[in-house]
Design a protein. Structure first.
Length: 205
């Protein structure tokens, strides 16, 4: 769906339901009017709401408008329960949430790979990488405190040793660094034990 532009002065006094009907009828001026009417306010709002760049905000608006159009054409929208503007902004909000969740998943995957690389060394580049990543992820959930929080701070939140030391009450950054080393050694042992257990189960089958 491509947004094209027409003379839209006669749409200014239409109700939202009338605009929805116009869009559904196939008249491109209806969607063009909605697009132009809310574009600047949407872009300004979503930049403040999500902290995204101008370029990302523009892409969010394009995507939100396409979804709005598809929902109108597919009859997901029949009678509006809120204003067209509120509906459009709600789509934008959901898009930012989806993007945020995707980013978080990607960041966690990268962090888990970094931990797995530190635990396994060169083995992280081998054929068992995917299995090892899952194993390390399980062991991270099992490791207990304060190691789980320390590793979470360092790898997932990307905090410095100074920040970790302050947040967790260690004497100084060097103490926090030593504790991280001990936690990694504990994680390595846990991973080794889990791997041996898994191997034994396979051998017994």
């Amino acid at each position: 769906m491509r947004v094209t532009f027409y003379d839209m002065t006669d749409k200014a006094h239409m109700t939202d339901d009338e605009l929805v009907h116009l869009v559904r009828s196939g008249d491109g001026t209806g969607l063009s009017f909605v697009y132009e009417k809310h574009r600047k306010e949407f872009i300004s709002w979503i930049r403040k709401f999500s902290g995204c760049s101008l370029e990302d905000a523009q892409e969010y608006y394009q995507a939100a408008t396409v979804i709005l159009y598809e929902n109108i054409i597919s009859m997901k929208i029949t009678t509006l329960q809120s204003s067209l503007k509120t509906y459009l902004f709600g789509i934008g909000k959901n898009l930012t949430y989806q993007h945020h969740r995707k980013q978080k998943r990607q960041e966690r995957a990268r962090a888990e790979y970094m931990i797995e690389s530190e635990v396994e060394g060169d083995a992280a580049m081998g054929a068992q990488t995917e299995h090892d990543l899952q194993l390390v992820s399980r062991c991270l959930a099992m490791i207990g405190e304060p190691c789980r929080q320390l590793l979470d701070f360092f790898y997932f939140s990307k905090k410095s040793m100074e920040e970790i030391s302050s947040a967790m009450g260690y004497k100084n950054p060097e103490t926090a660094k030593n504790q991280k080393y001990k936690c990694m050694e504990r994680l390595r042992k846990l991973v080794d034990d889990e791997r041996k257990t898994s191997f034994s189960i396979i051998q017994d089958q």
